[in-house]
Ligand binder design. Structure first.
Ligand code: AMP
Length: 188
């Protein structure tokens, strides 16, 4: 099974990906996790990506497409994978199509986890108010930036994958287990 999880930051892609990893015994490929690991390890990629990730912008399409293509060639991806956070632009989606073609593979489904952006922001603001602290405003600001980036650069993928007949949408505001059930019903 080769799946893409699509949705705004905070919608629960990572949470759902981890549950689906156990159900289907295929790995989660998260470009966000890979970039954070590179940043923590201070690799050349991490040093280049840090400022971009910290301000909520997107790392270049070529960089993320390259790391995903390499990761897919590893043995644990033989039976499939769950893409979490990639693709995030039309250029990345086209690059994904080409890399899968080259490998003789195809996507089985793209699942959009729908979430209301205002609810995502207000959740974070409330959490920030409750916990206090100097970084709270920074977090809210970066989250708003990431939501804007999602709207502008990633949301067009919904149309892109609808046209390819691959898109399934689920309500991401439901409880976690209900979202999981809806995803499984959509892809099986
Ligand atoms: P995530 O954990 O998926 O929310 O990603 C965290 C951050 O990593 C994003 O805000 C981007 O700065 C960067 N990032 C992750 N995936 C991608 C991608 N596919 N394309 C560009 N930047 C990405």
């Amino acid at each position: 099974m080769r799946l893409v999880l699509l949705g705004p930051p905070g919608a629960g892609k990572g949470t759902q990906a981890k549950i689906l990893v156990d159900s289907y015994s295929i790995p989660q490929l998260s470009t966000g996790d890979m970039l954070r690991a590179a940043i923590a390890d201070k690799t050349p990629l991490g040093l280049e990506a840090k400022a971009i990730v910290d301000r909520g912008d997107l790392v270049s399409d070529d960089i993320v497409s390259g790391i995903i293509s390499d990761r897919m060639d590893q043995a644990d991806c033989a039976n499939g994978f769950i893409l979490d956070g990639f693709p995030r632009t039309i250029a990345q989606a086209e690059s994904l199509t080409h890399m899968l073609d080259r490998k003789g593979l195809h996507l089985d489904a793209v699942v959009e986890i729908k979430a209301d952006p205002d609810t995502l922001v207000s959740r974070v603001i409330n959490r920030a108010k409750e916990s206090g602290g100097a970084r709270a405003d920074d977090n809210e600001e970066v989250l708003r930036k990431r939501l804007d980036v999602y709207k502008e650069q990633t949301a067009p993928l919904v149309t892109f994958y609808t046209e390819q007949g691959l898109l399934k949408s689920v309500d991401g505001m439901a409880p976690i287990d209900e979202v999981t059930a809806a995803i499984k019903a959509a892809i099986e």
